[in-house]
Design a protein around this ligand. Sequence first.
Ligand code: HEC
Length: 233
Amino acid sequence: MQSRRCSGEAPAWTALLPRSQPAWLLPRRALPGERLARTPSSATTCSQFVRVLGVFAVFMLLGTNALAQGPTGVGRTPTEEEIRAWDISISPTGEELPPGQGTSEEGRLVYRRQCASCHGADASGGSGPRLVKRDVQPDHPWDFGRILPIRAPYATVVWDYINRGMPLNREGTLTADQVYALTAYLLFINDVIAEETVLDAESLPAIEMPNRDAFARVPDWQPGKPRLAGYPH
Ligand code: HEC
């Protein structure tokens, strides 16, 4: 269909076009014996306008694509340093543990300054969850309560949790020595290790946690498969 914009005199913007134009901007010539429908001047203007518009659209598309992958767009490759800073997970074997060490006595001091305000002076009774086991005769480690330094299957989990998540709102501010000391303190007040035990990258993974074998085996996941039968959470 002929648009109204394409009829009549050449509009002012055509003055910006170069005098000698590239082949893709030139109007189509009449074939032998053919009569073009419009006068040369309006036909020229119309086809030039449509072609310029088309080329502009292609450039816009290419442009936005390139921007999306460029330095100001969405996403970029992280640097080695950034990956190292994020990569703080500690596995049960503890091979990722950093150098450092700490005892329960050192941990008690750090706890008093940085943890007691939320978890209570005696590791219970604060606004945060209690961190010391209940005074009960247990049939099972779970009977002591949902206490991480008892229920965790590996002592490295306790280290990792404190290191990545505590103190709440000031995460990442503890030194490796402080995390070893706090882990020693929490494991000591829960009777998992002796008071004088020195925790470091070697002794920590060697601790046998009381709840080590009491976790249900996670079933192999398949699409649409329901949760573990009888799982309460
Ligand atoms: C500002 C309050 C606050 C401070 C300070 C704080 N915690 Fe916590 N902590 C919490 C809260 C709240 C949770 C529960 C988080 C959750 O379940 O998601 C928690 C959870 C924990 C747990 C896991 C408890 C469990 O059994 O699941 C441990 C271990 C712990 N904190 C250790 C520490 C240590 C060690 C410090 C000091 C370095 C500390 N926290 C400082 C508020 C705090």
